[in-house]
Every structure is written in structure tokens, then in C-alpha cells.
Design a protein around this ligand. Structure first.
Ligand SMILES: [Zn+2]
Length: 110
């Protein structure tokens, strides 16, 4: 994937995530239900909205970091081992920072 395509896709993702985060944060029903929900109760819509917000925020950060790597000319290289991230992986996840091996190591640590 060339740098121009990667940048376009990342910028689209960022715009999309900003919209989602705005909706999730700005939904008054979700916010009201969230503050009224008892601890330990089953997942409410608001809990789900909160979980989605957490995921969207983390992904937004990954996209911004990928755009930064584009600026620095190191996009497409694994941030841990420095080897090229496979093309197919970048096609599926343009914000991917690590090759598959390093990513699975990273996930095992958590
Ligand atoms: Zn790696």
C-alpha cells in the first residue's frame, strides 16, 4: 500500500472515529442511564456505549500514531522489531503498528 493511499484511509478512519466518539459522548439518554445504573447490574445500553467509546478512543489513538509514523517516514515498519508489516495486514488494518508476531507477544503481556 503506498503512502498516499495509507494516509487517505487513515484520515477517513479518523473522521469516522471522531463522529462515533462525538455521538457516544453526546448521547443524553446514554449518559443519563449510565449515571443511574447500579454497580454490578447487567450491561445496559449505556455500558455498551461506554465500552464502544473506550474501543473507539483507543483506535483513534492508534490511527493518530500511524499518521505520525507516515510523517516520520517509518510507516509500515513494525514499531517493535523494525521488520516490514505485511501488506495484507496493513490493507486490513492501516493503523497496525506491529507485525503479527510482535502483536501477539504484546497481547500476551496484557
Ligand atoms: Zn515485529
Amino acid at each position: 500500500m503506498d503512502v498516499t493511499t495509507a494516509r487517505e484511509r487513515l484520515e477517513e478512519m479518523l473522521a469516522e472515529l471522531d463522529r462515533s466518539i462525538g455521538v457516544l459522548q453526546g448521547d443524553p439518554v446514554a449518559v443519563r442511564e449510565y449515571s443511574a445504573a447500579d454497580a454490578g447490574s447487567d450491561l445496559t445500553d449505556a455500558d455498551r456505549a461506554q465500552a464502544m467509546l473506550t474501543v473507539a478512543t483507543a483506535q483513534r489513538r492508534a490511527v493518530i500514531e500511524a499518521l505520525k509514523r507516515l510523517e516520520e517516514g517509518v510507516y509500515g515498519r513494525c514499531v517493535d522489531c523494525g521488520k516490514p508489516v505485511p501488506e495484507g495486514r496493513l490493507e486490513a488494518r492501516p493503523e497496525a503498528a506491529r507485525c503479527v508476531q510482535c502483536q501477539s507477544k504484546q497481547e500476551r503481556r496484557h
